[in-house]
Design a protein around this ligand. Structure first.
Ligand code: ZN
Ligand code: ZN
Length: 269
């Protein structure tokens, strides 16, 4: 059976991504309240106690805000780096395991997770590349102000890519944010613009790449059609697969690794 990837929701009000195989379920990030997590998992016919492990990219509230409550309420094990655990205040928890970048994490017997460093101010953020037993590779990368050669290397060879497209530069510059905040977002430790995401994708996609999901769109400084058209402009002549947008209120669809078509989720709650 194949491995699926489903965004339960992405954006500045919370991020969580579900990776499922016949051997279990892993969440990458949990920026949702206990109730929200329960509700979103119920759409997938899952309960929080069905989650085998949460892997946390960094400590910002939209990625780690729901970690402590989920550890306490449902005893879900957590893996993250030391800095993230310290910032989340969970270093003393017994269901915590510390990883370092490039440690291979074997939570499910048929899927391996590899955290790699991505630049993000004030955080020790990681992206995850995920490889299944039958060799399909995917990655979940968000919250980075720029991309390094290392990021490019880990994102190459994927059949599915989830990557942030946070802001449209023109919207950000003419938008409501104070200059200081605008500069922080555009900084090398901030977030990727639609154009930067397009450029990054043009360096990592190949004929293997069947699907892309754009995540973490700013509600104030971006629009789905801008993100999609800007990214496609950069990859149009090399990418023929499926492109989709994950918004704040999910889950909306799942991708099965190795297949191009996504599967729509009918909300049952
Ligand atoms: Zn962040
Ligand atoms: Zn974030």
């Amino acid at each position: 059976m194949s491995v699926s990837i489903t965004h339960l929701g992405t954006g500045s009000r919370g991020n969580s991504t579900l990776i499922s195989s016949e051997n279990g379920n892993v969440l990458i990030d949990n920026g949702f309240s206990g109730r929200q997590l329960e509700k979103r998992l119920a759409s997938m016919e899952l309960k929080p106690t069905d989650i085998d492990c949460m892997l946390i990219s960094h400590h910002h509230g939209d990625h780690g805000g729901g970690v402590e409550i989920a550890m306490k309420k449902w005893d879900i094990p957590v893996k993250c780096n030391y800095f993230t655990a310290e910032k989340l205040g969970i270093l003393d928890k017994k269901n915590l395991e510390i990883f370092e970048s490039l440690d291979r994490i074997e939570v499910l017997s048929d899927v391996t997770f590899l955290p790699f460093p991505v630049p993000h101010s004030g955080a020790e953020n990681v992206g995850f590349s995920i490889v299944t037993k039958n060799g399909e590779k995917t990655c979940v990368v968000t919250d980075l102000g720029c991309y390094t050669d290392e990021v490019i290397k880990h994102m190459q060879g994927c059949s599915h890519i989830s990557i942030e497209a946070n802001y449209d530069l023109r919207r950000l510059l003419s938008g409501p944010y104070p200059d200081k905040l605008k500069n922080r977002i555009m900084d090398r430790g901030g977030h990727l613009s639609n154009k930067q995401t397009g450029n990054l994708l043009s360096k990592v996609i190949s004929s293997k790449t069947k699907s892309i999901v754009l995540t973490h769109l700013s509600e104030a400084n971006n629009k789905p059609h801008l993100a999609e058209s800007t990214v496609l402009y950069h990859i149009d002549d090399i990418f023929t697969g499926d492109i989709a947008i994950s918004l704040q209120d999910g889950p909306e669809f799942s991708h099965f690794l190795g297949q191009e078509d996504k599967e729509k989720i009918s909300i049952k709650t």
